[in-house]
Design a binder for this molecule. Sequence first.
Ligand SMILES: Nc1ncnc2c1ncn2[C@@H]1O[C@H](COP(=O)(O)OP(=O)(O)OP(=O)(O)O)[C@@H](O)[C@H]1O
Length: 341
Amino acid sequence: MENWISSNSINNGIVISSRIRLARNFSNVKFPHRLGIEDAKDIIKNVEKVFYKDEFNTEKYKTKQLWDRTDEENIIDFEKHIISKKLLNNSSKAAYIVNKDETVSIMINEEDHIRIQCINAGFNLEKAYDMANKIDDLLESGLDYAFHEKIGYITACPTNCGTGIRASVMLHLPVLTIKNEISKVMNSVSKLGMTIRGLFGEGSNAMGHLYQLSNQVTIGIEEKEIINNLSNVVKQIIYLEKSKRNEMNSTMKYEFEDKTFRALGALKYSRMITYKEAINHLSYVRLGVEMGIIEDINYKKINSLLVGISDYSILKKEKEISNSKEYQVKRSEMIRNKLNK
Ligand SMILES: Nc1ncnc2c1ncn2[C@@H]1O[C@H](COP(=O)(O)OP(=O)(O)OP(=O)(O)O)[C@@H](O)[C@H]1O
């Protein structure tokens, strides 16, 4: 699988990444929110025992215990989408096993005992699912999963019971957003048992015109069908976004070009910039690249800025920053350095 942040493929414009996560639990063990620290740590050890039995994994994967790391390190991994907000909130008893290229992350003691997450660059849910499935089979071979014959996998939240799968894609939809078409899209997908979330998943806002589309129904339907249905909806959304872009490019060509180059100008030449402003400009630059208007910037640069200019990323580099003005100055410097390279 390919890491979406460093991916440069031209195909990964509108669909930036595809994610599969499987929720699993141990039978006869309390769910993580009711587990004491020692019992939770035993869960981690048990998962490790089975996972690292395969020697191949020992070379490629590492366990990271949240309580052993600084808050900044954990938050940066959350901002890179390697771990979820709920894992972060359980930092005294949670861990994750991650591979070198950060495309696989097995979160332990999140909302469920185990959350297998595989993220692949671009539109390729099947590949992410194959990987998640392989890991699931390995873990299931040595662990006693909570499974009910009629219901399927048992999860802490009933909405995840059954397959325990969430398939999702991260979409860049600037023109549907500008044209106020997103709420229509949201209404239609919810009727099909799907949901659209913001940049950081559940409860987050859509920044930089980025959205996450995922399935809401997990029970009474097979994994492959969930992926298939989601993929069909994604294709329709891509078609809608593309036709709105073409329409805008033909009726407002100069305004369109002006908007994307102004965004690039603000990123290249400003001396102070807020996170929100920068993310918004990055969206327009990405659009300019996708439309062939801007030629000398690649997706890799845009993606790495997208996940690398938050206050925490700046703090990690600069160590001592005392006020919001300094953050804005440093952010602007980081962006200029990257874009002018
Ligand atoms: N396609 C994707 N590409 C990159 N990151 C993603 C993608 N989909 C979701 N994520 C990230 O995964 C994390 C968890 O997302 P979210 O809260 O939506 O789902 P979840 O925790 O799996 O589901 P649930 O609400 O059932 O617990 C977030 O950090 C989110 O940004």
